[in-house]
Write a protein that binds this ligand. Structure first.
Ligand code: FES
Length: 106
């Protein structure tokens, strides 16, 4: 399993054991994390699954690809550690990942 800590938009921390191969967004939705709307269901077409990757984890998670970057233009308060959580696939390499949900999605 891959351990995740997601700080929700209301400040509550969610500690989740996730299956490798699933996405961060899928686990946030399954655990009813406030602030992750994921309107397009993971198709990289809505930008309502926006998260900030903890600085410590940014390098290991990596940057968004060009399609994700274009979609991030529609997200609220984008920062250099912004990612769309439906595009982060979980693996043992990012076991312990920490992310934060913005105060709102758009
Ligand atoms: Fe729509 Fe991630 S769920 S872009």
């Amino acid at each position: 399993m891959v351990k995740l800590t997601i700080s929700a938009s209301d400040g509550r921390p969610f500690e989740i054991d996730a299956a490798p191969g699933t996405t961060l967004m899928e686990n946030a939705v399954r655990n009813s994390v406030p602030g992750i709307e994921a309107e397009c269901g993971g198709a990289c077409a809505c930008a309502t699954c926006h998260v900030y990757v903890d600085e410590e984890w940014k390098g290991r998670v990596g940057p968004p690809n060009d399609i994700e970057k274009d979609m991030l233009d529609f997200a609220y308060d984008v920062r250099e550690n912004s990612r769309l959580s439906c595009q982060i696939k979980l693996s043992e390499a990012i076991d312990g990942l920490k992310v934060e949900v913005p105060e709102r999605q758009s």
